[in-house]
Design a protein around this ligand. Structure first.
Ligand SMILES: Nc1ncnc2c1ncn2[C@@H]1O[C@H](COP(=O)(O)OP(=O)(O)OP(=O)(O)O)[C@@H](O)[C@H]1O
Length: 251
């Protein structure tokens, strides 16, 4: 097993300890431990069916772990009630794999939606400014009055990212952000993720099995193998590993 490298900072925004989650006899997460440091892009890699989605669902409180703790900003997610979870969700952006845009709403209405839900006191001029700024961040100001169906797959991903960014989240969780995109568009999305992290100094946890995403975006990589954090390190350090399970995943 590859040992963790020396840590960059002591500020962890997510700390997951001894997380266990099974479905019947299927042990998906087994004593799983990771931390997300402030200002880093952490990629969690794993094969199909390894438990990446289960992990992200536990983090956002959609699935209840069997045991273990998931601390975000010092609050243990499984202990929170609906209102407390909502407060945390306003500070933790989540980019869904399928984007989850509302097809019957324009781009503007999609972006206004989280503001109306979480920042009820914000006035219309401020809403307009935030919508423009979020669209500018993803390079799609001209799509403001378009419907999602009029956009390409890459553009829909960018709009979904703009909708995540509009609440200025301190943490962003990405669920397979490049799935379903052609390699060129996927690379653009990865570059955007890196640019966003630099601009807002946010912390990102990215679930992915896309090697380009790992190579280009990850400050640190965690390998989810057999339900555990099997290895952790930079892409370069893991690439040099002789461990067959690591080689199998990274190649
Ligand atoms: N609600 C559920 N009920 C029963 N089993 C589930 C449930 N959700 C996930 N699983 C099981 O947990 C395991 C991990 O699934 P998960 O979706 O987390 O994999 P993944 O790593 O995200 O895969 P992929 O890359 O294909 O999306 C699988 O064996 C799956 O069948």
């Amino acid at each position: 097993m590859v040992q963790p490298e020396k840590k960059k900072s002591n500020q962890d925004v997510i700390i997951i300890k001894h997380l266990n989650k099974s479905f019947g006899s299927n042990k998906v997460l087994v004593d799983f431990n990771i931390n997300l440091e402030k200002d880093e892009n952490l990629v969690v890699m794993g094969k199909s069916g390894s438990g990446k989605s289960v992990l992200i669902k536990c983090i956002i409180g959609l699935l209840e772990p069997d045991s273990g703790t998931i601390e975000i900003f010092g609050r243990n997610i499984p202990d929170l009630d609906r209102n407390e979870l909502d407060e945390i969700r306003a500070k933790v952006g989540f980019l869904f794999q399928g984007n989850a845009l509302y097809d019957s709403m324009t781009v503007r209405q999609n972006l206004e939606f989280p503001l109306r839900r979480h920042w009820m006191n914000v006035n219309q001029p401020e809403v307009n400014k935030l919508v423009q700024e979020a669209l500018d961040d993803v390079g799609l100001k001209h799509t403001i009055n378009m419907m999602p169906a009029e956009l390409s797959g890459g553009m829909r991903k960018r709009i979904a990212l703009a909708r995540t960014l509009i609440l200025k989240p301190e943490i962003i969780l990405y669920d397979e952000p490049t799935t379903g995109l052609d390699p060129g568009t996927a690379k653009e999305i990865i570059e955007l993720i890196v640019a966003i992290q630099k601009k807002y100094r946010s912390s990102s946890l990215i679930i992915s099995h896309d090697m380009n995403c790992v190579r280009l975006a990850a400050d640190r990589v965690v390998m989810l193998i057999d339900g555990r954090c099997y290895a952790e390190g930079t892409y370069d350090s893991l690439k040099k590993s002789g461990d067959p399970k690591i080689k199998d995943l990274i190649e």
